[in-house]
Design a protein around this ligand. Sequence first.
Ligand code: F6R
Length: 238
Amino acid sequence: MTRPHLIVVDDPEAAAAVAVARVLALLAAKPWAVLGLATGETMRPIHRGLVGACQRGAVSFAQARTFNLDEYTGLRPGHPGSFAAFMRRTLFDAVDFAPGATHLPDGDDPAAYDTAIAAAGGIDLQLLGIGGNGHIGFNEPGSDFASRTRIVRLAAATRIDNAASFAPDPVPEQAVTMGIGTILAARSIVLVATGAAKAQAVAAALGPAMSPDCPASALRLHPAAIIVADRAAAGGIK
Ligand code: F6R
């Protein structure tokens, strides 16, 4: 068991650049790679970087396959607050993925997602953000480190953090998420944390004890996980 390798950079743009570089290097070596993707504010500059690289011809996603971490349940298809809509806006519609190459979990059949990931050959590189409460995907504190893709109830703190995507409507109460065990099965993991609101969670993820109280602390069960934090997010590390 090792703590994830920590890279501290100046700001969110620099953190995104590290993640983008990892994705580009993977796709240069393996154009048919399977990417694990995430949504959220942390991912916006990463997706912008990937779109820019594709537009200048530095990368092609034509052979790649993707599996997103999570999705809300109970939303009508195309709901603008859905992660599917977020992904289309920030990445999928702007690059050259083949039809059917991108996947999000389906709340009607969560277990099928792990089967589909395995059938694709497993995830080569999983991108992660981190919740202010230490969640990865929507694996909230208390989640089993061996959990697989399943329906979960969102923590109150997470629903508050994500309120802007739904206002004035309430944030859905449930979601479907890859489990921590599903995430740990990826061949490499890059968790990106930016901003002071993540400082406590990053410190707990790298702290002395691995605990379900901080789901991101499970990354030390992975042999090749890195955490890329900007100075603000790294501010609580002892
Ligand atoms: C999103 C996801 C979440 C976010 C986390 C951070 O697909 O799985 O774990 O990565 O909530 O969100 P932001 O980046 O908006 O602070």
